[in-house]
Design a protein around this ligand. Sequence first.
Ligand SMILES: Nc1ncnc2c1ncn2[C@@H]1O[C@H](COP(=O)(O)OP(=O)(O)O)[C@@H](O)[C@H]1O
Ligand SMILES: N[C@@H](CCOP(=O)(O)O)C(=O)O
Length: 357
Amino acid sequence: MTSRKLTIKVPATSANIGPGFDVVGLSLSLTLTLTVSHTRFTSPPQSVDPPKISYSGEGAEEVPLDAYKNLTTRVALYVLRCNGRPHFPSDLAIHVHNEIPFGRGLGSSGAAVIAGVLLGDALGEFQLSTSRLLDFALMVERHPDNVTAALVGGFVGSYLRELSREATEAASVPLAEVLPEYPPDAGEAWGQDPPSPPEGIGHYVRFNWAPEIRAVAIIPQFELSTAKARDVLPLAYTRKDLVFNLQRLAVLTTALGQSPPDPDLIYEAMKDRVHQPYRKTLIPGLPEVLSSVTPSSHPGLLGICLSGAGPTILALATGGFEAIALSAKEVFKGAGVEVKWQVLTVESGGSSVVYDE
Ligand SMILES: Nc1ncnc2c1ncn2[C@@H]1O[C@H](COP(=O)(O)OP(=O)(O)O)[C@@H](O)[C@H]1O
Ligand SMILES: N[C@@H](CCOP(=O)(O)O)C(=O)O
């Protein structure tokens, strides 16, 4: 039996960037790192001992360390089970170090899902393609913006393919069937196999990113779950609001790749009428922050938006970072919200899996 060590790194992401709701994502310089050791699978199957998980950094007080409850290891087990390995390998030990705050709109759950998909693929030595890895991620996190940017890196646009009726049904099963929370009793096999993802669910393209653009993340000190922030959105939109967003998104995806970036073009192109107006009820101070920080009041600013489902605000800028952050902080303070802020870079590399020699 041989053992192996590997390190998995997955970046934070900011989804939407204003008008690109559920469509665009940006990978950012905060990292979820898994340091993993395990014994390689042999045939016949080895005895199953529970994986050991330790965890430091963001979320350490709340994250479950039981491998059947932890999002990353549940996703890894899903990938293993769909590819003929019904359990974790022996001697599996994982240390997680996380820099991505939970429930802030910086893609912590998307990163945890991608880490799980990469972990399952690595443990099983399946060598799944990027497209197949994305299929597994999309069975868990069902909007493509965060997971695609976390997997491939950079500034990315993605869509979900229209699936056949059978494939749609296969991809719409409840999450509890994809990721059961309990292992089978000792000596028993799993019941039914989990549903394998249909092939080629997600498709993406990487846009250019002007290297001088940084992302100032202004991070309120409260959590907002993505599920709750999706529940406040309407089911239908007016043609006027949809055209408003489509016009801006079409311009934005090219404008953010041009050097030097044009603040007049970008500031307006980062406005949104599909999700931000509805989320203001959950984020005190949101409309005031978005309207008070502009390129004329803050030289260097290009545009400002809600990061993902919030509550973090993302200001894209080429300079004046501190002035932007302090103004936003002041406005949030007036609404009773404390914030931290950080200047982040856009990471083009995406996720990585590195094996120790
Ligand atoms: N590294 C992680 N390991 C395990 N679970 C995680 C991890 N990161 C995030 N999660 C889970 O995802 C939840 C946050 O997801 P979500 O509400 O979508 O917010 P976010 O905007 O941060 O993605 C956390 O409360 C936690 O349950
Ligand atoms: N498009 C999604 C993105 C959610 O991102 P997260 O980082 O908040 O999980 C949405 O806006 O709901």
